[in-house]
Ligand binder design. Structure first.
Ligand code: TXA
Ligand code: MG
Length: 349
């Protein structure tokens, strides 16, 4: 299959590109499109064969449900039922935006979309190209991140092509994504919030709107407890080289990173460093992947996935990553880093 690139980066090309993409989607094809978080791989959510194509193209496990993207809040009721007041309040406050609401699914949503669950995740993305595509096609679009399963999510159309060229019909190029990490996934069934995945909307923002605490349920592994969200049990966001994540106070982290860097280098390993600007300066590192200032976790989050992919391109043998505070957007950033590290998590003292 020849994957077409539809250029929607300029306002003049937007309408034509979106109309082509809509045509492909209406015929059951697969189109990657930009959202404010990451690129999604879209298909008509009501077409079982098209949705099966998403799982096939990504190599995604069938029990991992897909988020359904809709054009506006008014479409919630077509796909979900028993929608609690709290969900409407959150949709009003955060949509379009990086919040996915898990609700009771209506029968119209195929089980292949929900990974066999009786719930469905819905969101209205805040990206002009995504919204134009949703409106023009008139379809609810099932769309996971447009990467091969297990790889870092794509934040540019070039990342999408790196993973999926020849496996999908088209990619709508809308330039780089702004948020850079995926949406927050919040189970709001029965009106009780439960945070399943930290993302572009922080728990503090949700708590402010709901006026109540928002418990978190991240699954950190283990065989016994069932994960609250099926996607949480898979290794994710991982670059090809093993990534070691070093957490702790800034001074201890810097000492440990320096010692590990020297140790790996002395064994002939090509070491890649993933650092804040402050730590890169303290270590005198000029070749590190610098995510941004430690004081701006949203900037660091936006740069994370592209940096992880550059390590692959450079042929890095081992990645040493600095751990950060998990305040604000730091929560989503650290969640992705912890998952990329898997068991290679070090507490520096
Ligand atoms: O920002 C995003 O959310 C991006 C863009 C494209 O919208 N999409 C994305 O999709 O990250 P994906 O498939 O890579 O991640 C979806 C996550 C998975 O962890 C999945 O298990 C969870 O959402 N999820 C989806 N529907 C769910 C449901 N009904 N119940 C629990 N978790 C659900
Ligand atoms: Mg994903």
């Amino acid at each position: 299959m020849n994957t077409r690139v539809l250029d929607a980066t300029e306002p003049s090309g937007l309408a034509g590109a979106v109309s082509e993409a809509s045509g492909i989607l209406r015929q059951g094809g697969l189109v990657a499109f930009p959202t404010e978080t990451v690129y999604g791989l879209g298909a008509n959510a009501l077409d079982i064969n098209a949705v099966a194509g998403i799982f096939h193209a990504k190599g995604r496990p069938a029990d991992n449900p897909l988020i359904v993207h809709i054009a506006n809040r008014c479409q919630m009721g077509q796909l979900a039922k028993n929608i609690p007041e709290e969900a409407l309040t959150l949709a009003h406050a955060f949509w379009p935006g990086p919040l996915t609401l898990v609700l009771e699914s209506r029968e119209i949503v195929p089980r292949v979309v929900t990974g066999g669950l009786d719930s469905v995740g819905l969101r209205v993305p805040a990206h002009p190209v995504a919204l134009a595509l949703l409106r023009e096609s008139g379809l609810p679009l099932a769309a996971p991140s447009a990467n091969l399963s297990g790889r870092p999510s794509p934040t540019t159309s070039a990342h999408v092509l790196d993973d999926l060229d020849g496996r999908i019909d088209a990619v709508l190029d809308g330039g780089p994504c702004g948020v850079g990490v995926e949406s927050t996934v919040l189970d709001i069934r029965g009106g009780r919030p439960l945070l399943l995945r930290p993302g572009g909307v922080t728990p503090a923002q949700i708590e402010r709107v709901l006026g109540r605490a928002c418990p978190v349920a991240f699954w950190s592994g283990g065989e016994t407890a069932a994960p609250p969200s099926p996607g949480l049990k898979y290794v994710h966001y991982a670059p090809q080289a093993p990534l070691w994540l070093v957490r702790g106070g800034p001074d201890a982290v810097q000492r440990m990173l320096k010692a590990m860097r020297d140790d790996f280098a002395s064994r002939g390993q090509n070491v890649g460093l993933l650092l804040s600007a402050e730590t890169a300066a303290a270590l005198g590192e000029t070749e590190a992947e610098v995510l941004g200032s430690r004081d701006e976790p949203d900037v660091m989050a936006a740069n994370l996935y592209a940096a992880l992919r550059r390590f692959d391109a450079r042929g890095t043998d081992v990645i040493l990553a600095e751990g950060f505070s998990d305040r604000g957007m730091g929560l989503a950033l650290m969640n992705r880093l912890v998952k990329a590290a898997g068991p290679r998590l070090i507490e520096a003292e």
